[in-house]
Design a protein around this ligand. Sequence first.
Ligand code: NAD
Ligand code: UGA
Length: 479
Amino acid sequence: MNLANLRIKNICCIGAGYVGGPTMSVIAEKCPEIEVNVVDINEKRINSWNDQDFNKLPVFEPGLSEVIEKCRGKNLNFSTNIKESISSADIVFISVNTPTKKSGLGAGEASDLKWVESCARQVAKFSLGHTIVVEKSTLPVRTAEVIKTILKNEQNSEFNNTKTFEVLSNPEFLAEGTAINDLYYPERVLIGGENQSAIESLSKIYEHWVPKEKILYTNIWSSELAKLTANAFLAQRISSINSISALCEVTGADIREVSRAIGADSRIGSKFLNSGPGFGGSCLKKDILNLVYLSKFFGLPEVAEFWESVVSLNNWNQSRISEMVVKKLFGTVSGKKIAILGFSFKANTNDTRESAAIQICKDLLDEGAILSIHDPKVSEKQIEYDLDKVSINHKNNIRHNELNQIEGSWQKFDNLYDCFKNADATILLTEWQEYSKINWATASKSMRHPAWVFDSRSVVDPKVVRDTKLNLWRVGDGS
Ligand code: NAD
Ligand code: UGA
C-alpha cells in the first residue's frame, strides 16, 4: 500500500478522555504525516494534557507519557478549539462519554447520548467539504442512524450544500492499564460502514502499524453491536467465575485451581478467569445495561433477563465482601480501624469509575469503620468525590489526636505502612503490584490483634501471611 498517497492529512478527535487521549496519541506517533487535534469542552482536562509535568496528565497509563512527550506540539495537539479543529479535519472521531441515563426514558439502563448528539451537531455546523465521521465511543446499535440524520439535515440545507459526510463505526477495545500496549498490538481493529472509500481511508490510518489481516470490516450495525457484545461476554465471564468462587469457599475447593483447570480447555481459554471483588470500570456494567435496554426495546425480555443477571451477580458479589468482613470482625466494625489497599477499579490506572472499592468502603463507613485508604495513583480528592464524604484531614475543627477515633471516617495515606497502624483488618481491593511485596511480618506488628487480612484479588502469598499472627481470608479459598 502506498502510504505516500494517503488522503487523510488532518484528524480531529472530540473527547480527550481515557479513550480519546491514548488512542489519538498512538495514531499521532504511528502516522507522523497526519496532524492530530484532540479537543474537549473541559478546559481543565485540556490544560492537564498540556502540562509540562507528565505526572499531571489526566490519565495514568503505562507508556502514555513517553508517547505524548514524543508527539505533543509536533503533530499532536490538545485544545478547546473545537470549531477550528473540526473545520480543518478530513476525519472526525467522536470519543465522548456515553454513560447510563440517570433519569427519563430508559433511566438506569439506556446510554445517555446527549454528548454524542451534541458532537454530531458541532460537526454538522463547523465542518467544511467532505468529512468522515467515526463513532469511537461505545454506542447502542443503530446510533449511526441518529448521527446520519443530523448530518444529512445540514448536507441538504440550502445554505450549506458544499458539505458531505460519511459515517463509520470504529469501536475501541483497549483496556485501561494496558491501553498503550493494546493500541500498539490490537487483536483486531473493527471498521463498520458502507462507503468503500471512507472505509479505506480509515483503514489506511491503522495499516501504518496494524497487520491488514487484523482489520475486520462489517456492516455498521454489526460493528456497533459487536462492541457491546464483547464487553458483555467479558463481564459474563467475571460474574461466572465469581459465582463459582463463592461456591469454592463453602465446599473446600480453590478458585485458582478451578480456573486453571477450566482455562486449560482451549474452548474456554485462560483469560478473564480471575475471581475478584466484582468488575468495575466505566464500561462493562454500562454496556450490559445498554444491551438489556435494547433487548427490552426490541421485544426480547428473556434476552434482557439473561444479561441483567450478570450485573445482579456482580452487585451481590461486592456486597458479600463487606458483609463477610463485618462478620469476621465479631459482627461489628464500629470504631475499628480498617486498612483499604487499592481504590482504582483495577491496577495500573487512576480511574475509579464503578470501582468495587467505592461500594465496599461506603458499606463499611455506614457500619462505623475508620478507614485508612492507600492507592498509588488515585488522589484524595477523587476518593472524596466517590465516597461523597470529605477526608477526616479536612475537618479543621478536629484536634489531630482525635483524628483516628471518629466512627465512619476515612483518611488517605501515601505511605502504605502507615495504614496498618492499629488496624483490625486489611482489605486488598486492587491488584497493584506493590501489594504483592508487602512485608507482612512488619504489617502484623503494627496491627491490633486478633487481626485479619482479606485478599479479594489473590495478591498475597497465603503461607507468608499465615506464618505471621494474621488471620487470612482469600477470595474463593475453601481451605
Ligand atoms: P471520558 O469521560 O474519560 O472522556 C470523554 C470526554 O469527552 C470528556 O473529557 C468530556 O469533557 C468530553 N466531551 C463530552 N462532550 C463533549 C463535546 N460535545 N465536545 C467536546 N468534548 C466533549 O470517557 P472515556 O472513558 O474516554 O470513554 C469515551 C467512550 O469510549 C465511551 O463511549 C466509552 O464507553 C468508550 N470506551 C471507553 C474505554 C475505556 O477504557 N475508558 C474503552 C473503550 C471504549
Ligand atoms: C474493558 C474491556 O476489557 C475492554 O476491551 C473495553 O475496551 C473496555 O472495557 C471498554 O469498553 O471500556 P476495562 O474496563 O478497562 O476494559 O478493564 P478490564 O480489564 O476489562 O477489567 C474490568 C474489570 O473486571 C476490572 O474491575 C477488573 O479488575 C475486573 N476483572 C477483569 C476481574 O475481576 N477478573 C478478570 O479476570 C478480569
